[in-house]
Design a protein around this ligand. Structure first.
Ligand code: CU
Length: 649
């Protein structure tokens, strides 16, 4: 009987050590079984995502090690036959479905299984085969079909249809780099519920570019030969400790989570100062990203991938058993999710944890006494890498000994290429090789940070460095840091201003440091730009979060995704623009800070055939959070350790 089954499985699942532990494979299995049993699911139902339903914050704050943990899963399901989407909350602990809700007029993210099935459906379609034959392609097995999301352009016949507008390339042989040969002007439009090609759009033949673009060892014959070994040795092991998903490293404590939508999540980040564990944030994650393309041609104007909300960046995480870019003593966390049939899928080594030497931390030479003090900086790195079709994104959180936190995205992989006519110089892109274009595009990220600076109630200020007015400035030299409180949601929709050295500080108005300043962390923007699509463009409405670098909202458990819960094919307006219409107070309350940062990518020849990493991100630095340099107690490095040219005290 179903109830017994669920209860028996539940016993297994009750052994987690903390309410924010990611769902275990047993818990995922149990949750899937409970839904199947209770809702009598048809074979046409796909499990879009199965994730931990995070408990209320207070439950987490009140939790003591050893307490029983009540576990819930949040499940999104799609019935391909009835074209209906459901949100379910399942109590794993109680073996029951707590809520089951039909969500009308939405499309959940495109699932990995759909990628595979969509490619097969396109290749098998006779119309598609006829269209590629016109281009001299006779073997569909060598064709690559990338199932791009369709967006929303207000077209009535697309309403309610689960769509992909696929883009295609062709390889010369099975190991050839397919992105060298785009099948330009061809768009198979696929109904993903029926897994049928609705039509194949053909905008005219553009010849395949003539040159190969290979980068793998079987093709690259002339490797440089002057590299000597460089080894990172940690003879006593790493300086971090890991218990389940809690990491301790020097004075830092961080808990990691993983889910199919956001990938890596950080929880409950604290820094121990004079014996006190001081919180900095409760939760941080990449909450959305959008990649708008700037080419108005038929294959490209609808390219606006939302890699979090439309594809599930976590479900696309690399297993780092297949190659990790980190050196030294590495600890890996596995990621667990499901395939679309509800079977548990393991991403082995999904999250990488390691330490890095990071140059000097601080130094001073007292020229009178000739005493030199220098300390080496070390950082803790928590990262994962996702492959979204052609592109790779590495997502890195860094923790430093001076209290700094940094977030960095490393962009690499392969450009989503286009073919142009012989002799054509593209305006909306760059020639990478003859007749091969790298279209211009942007990568726009939004990181959601549920701040908790020395406690839940925080306020946010904008700080500009400004010259003093004439009054009080007789010598003309005076300038100062001007802080302005951002009291409400609308007041807190802000842009960067590098010429004013603008930053934002998240302050705890009830706590002060030794000299009486309220304790704070400052959000320091890095490289940034704004979206370049016009405000009338579909993508701007669908991803309004892109139009401001800073957003601040009062915490609400249902407000997690800046472009809404279901951005795939969504007409827009949801998420941050909708919530902040209320213009709620964000003063001295539990605030969530959303930072948007954009990388405009005008491709270079050097980005082909595979791109060297481009970097973008931001930092959070303590601002009068401590009484003095918290890295004052970092000891000198041992002298002459290992190397014959060791330097420094
Ligand atoms: Cu790019």
């Amino acid at each position: 009987p179903p109830v017994t089954l669920a209860k028996e499985r539940t016993k297994l699942a009750l052994s987690v050590s903390h309410p924010l532990e990611p769902l275990t494979p047993e818990e995922i299995e149990t949750a899937v079984a409970i839904v199947r049993e209770n809702q009598s699911l048809a074979a046409s139902v796909r499990f879009n995502t199965v994730t931990l339903k995070e408990p209320p914050k207070q439950t987490v704050f009140d939790f003591n090690p050893g307490d029983p943990v009540s576990r819930e899963a949040f499940i999104i399901l799609l019935d391909n036959a009835t074209v209906k989407t459901y949100d379910a909350v399942v109590s794993i602990s109680e073996g029951m479905v707590k809520s089951w809700e039909h969500i009308p007029n939405v499309q959940p993210s495109i699932m990995l299984d759909e990628f595979v099935e969509c490619e097969a459906a396109v290749k098998a379609n006779p119309d598609f085969q006829a269209v590629i034959a016109k281009r001299g392609i006779t073997n569909p097995d060598l064709v690559m079909v990338d199932p791009w999301s369709a967006g929303n352009y207000g077209i009535a016949e697309e309403d309610g249809v689960r769509l992909s507008r696929a883009l295609c390339w062709v390889k010369a042989n099975p190991t050839d780099h397919g992105y060298a040969r785009p099948i330009e002007g061809v768009i198979p439009v696929v109904d993903l519920n029926k897994m049928e090609v609705i039509r194949v759009e053909d905008y005219g033949v553009v010849p395949l570019p003539p040159k190969d673009g290979n980068y793998t060892p079987e093709y690259v014959k002339d490797y440089r030969s002057d590299l000597k070994p460089l080894e990172i040795v940690q003879p006593e092991g790493p300086s971090f400790q890991v218990k389940d998903h809690e990491i301790r490293w020097q004075k830092w404590k961080v808990r990691v989570g993983f889910n199919p939508r956001e990938g890596l999540v950080l929880y409950d980040v604290t820094y121990t100062d004079a014996g006190e564990e001081r919180p900095i944030f409760y939760r941080a994650s990449l909450a959305e990203m959008t990649v708008p393309y700037g080419d108005p041609k038929p294959n490209h104007y609808r390219k606006n991938a939302f890699d979090v909300g439309e594809y599930g960046i976590g479900s696309l995480a690399n297993s780092l058993t297949l190659g990790c870019d980190c050196l030294g003593e590495i600890y890996y966390f596995d990621g667990y999710l499901t395939d679309s049939r509800g079977d548990v899928a393991k991403i082995e080594n999904a999250i990488c944890l390691h330490e890095e030497d990071f140059g000097i931390l601080w130094k001073h030479v007292d020229w009178r006494t000739e005493q030199t003090e220098v300390r080496r900086s070390r950082r803790l790195v928590i990262s994962f890498i996702a492959t979204v079709g052609n592109y790779e994104y590495g997502f890195y959180w860094y923790f430093y000994q001076d209290g700094t936190i940094q977030y960095e995205v490393k962009l690499t992989g392969v450009l989503s290429t286009a073919a142009v006519m012989p002799g054509e110089i593209p305006k909306y892109g760059t020639l990478l090789a003859p007749q091969l274009c790298g279209p211009i595009h942007q990568h726009i990220f939004n990181v959601r940070m549920d701040m908790n600076v020395d406690g839940s109630n925080n306020s946010v200020y904008e700080v500009d460095i400004v010259p003093e007015d004439d009054e009080g400035n007789p010598y003309g030299n005076a300038f100062y840091a001007q802080s302005t409180l951002l009291p409400t949601e609308k007041a807190a929709q802000r842009l960067i201003d590098p010429l004013k050295g603008r930053y934002w500080k998240i302050v705890n108005p009830s706590k002060t440091n030794a000299v009486g300043y309220p304790t704070a962390y400052k959000l320091m923007p890095g490289d940034n730009t704004l979206p370049l699509a016009k405000s009338s463009a579909s993508v701007i409405n669908r991803a309004k979060y892109m139009t401001q670098h800073l957003w601040v909202t009062p915490y609400s458990p249902d407000e997690n995704f800046p472009a809404g819960d279901y951005p795939n094919q969504n007409p827009g307006g949801e998420g941050l623009p909708q919530w902040t219409e209320a213009d709620r107070s964000i003063e001295n309350t539990d605030v969530v800070v959303w930072y948007t940062f954009a990388h405009s990518h005008s491709p270079r020849a050097e980005d082909w055939p595979v791109m060297p990493v481009a970097n973008i991100g931001f930092k959070l630095k303590p601002l009068n959070f401590f009484d003095e340099n918290p890295a004052n107690d970092v000891p000198p490095s041992p002298k002459n350790h290992g190397s014959k040219h060791a330097c420094c005290s």
